[in-house]
Design a protein around this ligand. Structure first.
Ligand SMILES: Nc1ncnc2c1ncn2[C@@H]1O[C@H](COP(=O)(O)OP(=O)(O)OP(=O)(O)O)[C@@H](O)[C@H]1O
Ligand code: NI
Length: 263
């Protein structure tokens, strides 16, 4: 798959090791991945294959014992490894945004929902508080959260998991990152909410030309929204192809196994 350089988030030969008491774990072993703008790229693989570690590495958010030992991550003409501390802060959020697997862990428990979205908006563009609040309200409406006005005054602990997840998506929309990594964003949500979130994510990719890396176990979801698919197994990408090819002409035995499990 060929994509224009300046319109992709590119991960090249990424290796991530974890140091543990019992030795070194090679969690990611030379991953190559290209996420083009305006499209949805799915990253699929069994539990423990290194999907979350790959995305945390892209954001510079690896746990303390994790280390990028090799590789390059580039977007918008910048190479992540060469950025200053300040630039890395900006990269995280405005170049690449993330919706985490566990939404309760990614919202700040000390601030109201309204505060968190409004601050996100004002970080990105200078505007009066009232204006930012209006905009925040419109993003909460866009993710179909009920009673958005009251919701603005609530703290994360007052919300369900599904609501937190939608708030995270609203924040991602407000920050308008060039790329968004969504790590299992709809696991543990009921089906109706799941559908709404998927269609919001799809809309962001098309309308805002956002490049989305969508991590999931669910091949049904992949078939529905992804443009291209990467299959990961024990720290490596074993197959990469446009979505139709993966479903109709899988080449790797592991991909075939995954597909046979859902058919
Ligand atoms: N802090 C850590 N210390 C040691 N090993 C870790 C650490 N974090 C992750 N790992 C290891 O890295 C590997 C990849 O984990 P990762 O969370 O990326 O898997 P995943 O593909 O996201 O799985 P899941 O689908 O369950 O979310 C696993 O073997 C895991 O044990
Ligand atoms: Ni994960």
């Amino acid at each position: 798959m060929e994509w224009q350089e300046n319109k992709t988030l590119k991960i090249q030969n990424l290796r991530v090791d974890f140091l543990t008491k019992t030795g070194t774990i090679q969690a990611v072993k030379g991953v190559n991945l290209t996420v083009p703008k305006g499209k949805i790229t799915a990253l699929v693989g069994e539990s423990g294959s290194g999907k979350s570690v790959t995305s945390l590495a892209v954001l510079g958010l690896l746990p303390r014992n994790g280390k990028i030992v090799e590789g390059e991550i580039t977007a918008e003409g910048m190479e992540f490894g060469k950025l200053s501390k300040e630039q890395k802060k900006r990269w995280n959020g405005s170049t690449v945004g993330m919706i985490f697997q566990d939404p309760s862990a990614s919202l700040n428990p000390l601030y109201t929902v309204g505060n968190q979205i409004t601050e996100g908006i004002r970080q990105r563009q200078k505007m009066k508080k009232e204006e930012a609040e209006k905009l925040a309200l419109s993003y909460l409406k866009a993710v179909k959260l009920p009673n958005p006005k009251q919701l603005m005054k609530k703290y994360p602990f007052e919300l369900s998991g599904g609501m937190c997840q939608r708030v995270m998506i609203a924040i991602a929309m407000a920050l308008k990152p060039k790329y968004l990594i969504a790590d299992e964003p709809t696991t543990a949500l009921d089906v109706t909410v799941q559908r709404q979130i998927l269609s919001e994510i799809y809309r962001m990719s098309r309308e805002q030309k956002m490049g989305i890396l969508f991590i999931t176990h669910d091949l049904g979801v992949v078939a529905e929204i992804a443009d291209q698919v990467y299959i990961m197994q024990v720290g490596e990408i074993v197959e990469a192809a446009p979505v139709d090819e993966i479903f109709h002409r899988p080449t790797h035995p592991y991909t075939k196994k995954l597909l046979s499990a859902i058919l």
